[in-house]
Every structure is written in C-alpha cells, then in structure tokens.
Design a protein around this ligand. Structure first.
Ligand SMILES: Cc1cc2nc3c(=O)[nH]c(=O)nc-3n(C[C@H](O)[C@H](O)[C@H](O)COP(=O)(O)O)c2cc1C
Length: 414
C-alpha cells in the first residue's frame, strides 16, 4: 500500500529532498513542488535554482512562504503528488512575521488537516533541528522548540515518517498493512498508555455523522475498517454478518426515497412541537456519502444450533451490533465518518438490496469524509436529548440497588 501522507525528516544535507523527489517521480500525472523558501539573498537564490534544475521539466513549482494550505487545497484537486519543502522554513517565515507560537501551531493544524484530506499524496520535508547544542539566543531556542513541536504533530497524523540518515531512508512509522499484520501478532498483555489513550479517543470522539464532503474513501482503509468489524465477538463464533458495500447511485437514490417516506411516517407520530424540531434535523447522508454499507445478520449461519444462542435467540443480532460498533470505532480512528440510518422500511430495503428472506438488515450506514466531527452528539446540540449521567444508570447487585462495599469511580469528563 502506498502511504498517502509522508513526512521526511533529517538533518541538513541528509538527502531529504532527493528522497522526496525519488518517491514523487514514481507518480504519473501532475507533480507539484510547493516551496516555502523565500529567495531573500544570493545564496538562497542559487540554492532554489539548483533544486529547480534537479527536479526536471515535469514538475510545477508553486512558491508560497506563508499560506501553503491555499496551494494544497487548490493543487490537491488535480495533482497526483505534492512535495512541500519545507516545514521548518515555513515555521521560520511565520516567526519572522512576528506570529505567536499558538497562532503558528493553529496554522500547522490547518495544514495537517489539508494534507490528510486532500485527494493526492503529500510528501512533507522537515528538519531535525533539536539534536545539537542549546542555541545561544531566545529567538533560536523558540524556533527549535516550535519546529520540534511541529514535527511531532505532523508525525503523529501522517501515514509514514522517514528519517534520512547519511542519505539512507529509515522508515520510523508506517501505516501500511504490514504494520497492521504485526499488530495482530502482538502478544503483549498490557496496552501501552498511548494505545489505551488511542482507544479511548476513538470511543469518545466517535460521532454519528450526517454531513459528508466529496473526498473518496481509500479502499485499503475501508478494508481495515471492515476487518475490524469482522473481529467482533459473536455468539458461538457464528459471525452472522455480511457487509453490502453500496456505491451504485441508483440504489442509493432508492434508499434515500425509502428514508423520505419512512421519515414522513415517523414525523406524524410525534407531538406538534417535536415535529417541528424533528423536521429541522438532518438524519441521513445517504446521497452525500460516497459509500453506504448495509450490515446484515444471517440467523441460519452454522445451522439451527449455535453454541450459546439457544437460550437467547437475539444473540445473533447482538453479535452483529458488536461488529457495527467495531466498524464505527475503527472508522473514527481512520478519520472516516459514519452515520447510521434506521428510519427505513426494512421490507423495502430488503427488496431494493435483494436480501434473502431469512437475512436481517441490522444497519444501513453512510460512510465518507467530513469537514467536521461534531463535538457533541448532533441530537444533543439540537436540543433533542441529553446524555444521561452515568451514575443514574449504574445499580448495585439488584435492580436499583445501592452500593455495598464497592462503588464505581466515574471519570470526571464523562
Ligand atoms: C441503532 C441506531 C440507529 C440510529 N439511527 C439513526 C437514524 O436513523 N438517523 C440518525 O440521524 N441517527 C441515527 N442514529 C445515531 C444516533 O442518533 C446517535 O448515535 C446518537 O444521537 C448519539 O450521537 P453520537 O453517535 O454522535 O454519539 C442511530 C444510532 C443507532 C445506534
């Protein structure tokens, strides 16, 4: 798998630019060199001219010392690859304009978002400036610190990080499927604090999303997300799920029509004041999202007697919901938005998707990229419902029982 966002770091003259160009040269199509350098003196002019010559004729050079995001957004629509050279010069350009550290780091977040969201591959070059002795003046020390922080932020969100040492590329981070295979092999009993935090972050930052932009979904990413779903627990290990991956526009239009009808029926059952609020809510993104997925449950899988299901028949449906939650969390970790649409006639959905009678469509999901993961559930922001305090939902020993010698410590952010 080719990584979409690549950070190339290293010391001065370590071969960073050459490495970036040799990766980019493998692309066919528009190649953009986004230069943040300003030719302020003769030495810089000479350096820029030399680099331009090295790149050859099939490159387009865009010079943007302060606002590379504008170029990324514009060129990202048509380019196959953009090489930005370099992050540290961009930071120093902003410092020279007397921008505060916080403003620089805000700009950096916007840059990272643009790199991650753009359609094309982005290769960002940076410098390791923190390895030498402590600089003698405050401005230089500030520059070293901001550059270090900037490198860390980019490295944490980019797919791949390559450290150039004496012309040799050393991959220090890779989100390729190889890394995921290694993940499956890991037998460590304890999760590291970072891994724990990552999991909780996916849980707390997961949202049901109904607003999508037009960015396509990377099939490799979708593969990982569905594989995460497929690793959910299931009663008797029956794995009752199937995933219908829908990108057919006509089919999506049929489902969107189904939603419209079902939503109108649901609305009339509400009180008059709730009806108004209900109608103002966006409750699906069927046509806006590039991919829809219907997750189904086949109760007949493994025959009539499934270990653990004989007593509670619905456990196959519960298992499918576990898979859906895995999908939702993995998608969030990948930066993919998911919206669950249940305001649908199941009968009609089964007909449109040609689902056999014994198979139950559990969830109809919209998947795509979004400009914003809502900070809170959209229904909370819209005044429809609030999160119930967790302490009200925990009983001890018996229904509505009080603590007896043991009580749960609820985290403050909950
Ligand atoms: C089983 C199920 C069905 C849902 N159906 C819909 C739906 O039809 N339309 C919608 O806008 N949201 C739907 N949602 C999303 C919920 O509204 C959402 O999960 C809830 O408001 C909490 O927000 P959050 O997911 O962002 O935390 C559904 C969620 C679940 C779990």
């Amino acid at each position: 798998m080719l990584n979409k966002t690549i950070l190339i770091t290293g010391g001065c003259r370590s071969g960073k630019s050459r490495q970036a160009l040799s990766i980019a040269d493998k692309f066919s199509g528009r190649k953009v060199f986004l230069a943040t350098a300003e030719p302020l003196d003769a030495e810089m002019k000479e350096r820029i001219a030399r680099h331009q010559q090295e790149r050859g004729k099939d490159w387009i050079t865009q010079e943007e010392p302060l606002d590379p995001v504008v170029v990324l957004k514009e060129e990202g629509k048509q380019a196959a690859v953009i090489v930005m050279d370099c992050l540290t010069l961009w930071v120093s350009n902003m410092m020279m304009k007397n921008m505060e550290r916080s403003a620089i780091l805000d700009k950096l977040e916007t840059l990272i978002d643009a790199c991650v969201r753009t359609h094309c591959t982005v290769i960002l070059i940076t410098n390791e400036v923190g390895a030498g002795i402590v600089p003698g003046n405050e401005l230089s020390r500030n520059f070293r610190d901001i550059a270090g922080d900037a490198n860390q932020k980019v490295a944490s969100r980019f797919d791949q990080v390559v450290h150039m040492v004496s012309g040799i590329p050393v991959t220090i981070k890779s989100a390729s499927n190889d890394a995921f295979e290694k993940l499956h092999d890991e037998s460590a009993h304890e999760f590291s604090p970072q891994k724990k935090q990552g999991l909780y972050e996916a849980i707390y930052k997961r949202r049901d999303i109904r607003h999508f932009n037009s960015s396509p979904i990377d099939p490799t990413v979708l593969g990982r997300v569905l594989d995460a779903a497929h690793h959910a627990g299931s009663v008797g290990f029956m794995q009752p799920w199937n995933f219908l991956v829908i990108n057919d526009q006509k089919l999506k239009e049929k489902v969107a029509y189904n939603f419209k009808e079902a939503s109108a029926t649901a609305a009339v059952q509400l009180s008059k004041d709730r009806q108004q609020l209900y109608k103002s809510l966006k409750l699906e993104g069927i046509l806006d999202s590039p991919i829809n997925i219907c997750v189904t449950c086949d109760s007949t899988r493994f025959g009539p007697n499934v270990l653990g299901r004989d007593t509670i028949k619905e456990t196959d449906l519960f298992s499918t919901c576990c898979a859906i939650q895995n999908l939702w969390l993995a998608a969030r970790a990948e930066g993919l938005a998911v919206g669950w649409v249940s305001i649908l006639s199941q009968e009609q959905l089964k007909k449109d998707l040609e689902i056999p009678g014994h198979v139950f469509p559990v969830a109809y999901l919209c998947l795509g990229h979004t400009d914003e993961f809502y900070k809170k559930p959209m229904l909370e922001s819209a005044g429809w419902a609030n999160r119930t305090p967790l302490e009200k939902l925990i009983y001890y020993n018996t229904w509505k029982g009080n603590p007896q010698g043991f009580s749960v410590q609820i985290p403050t952010q909950s």
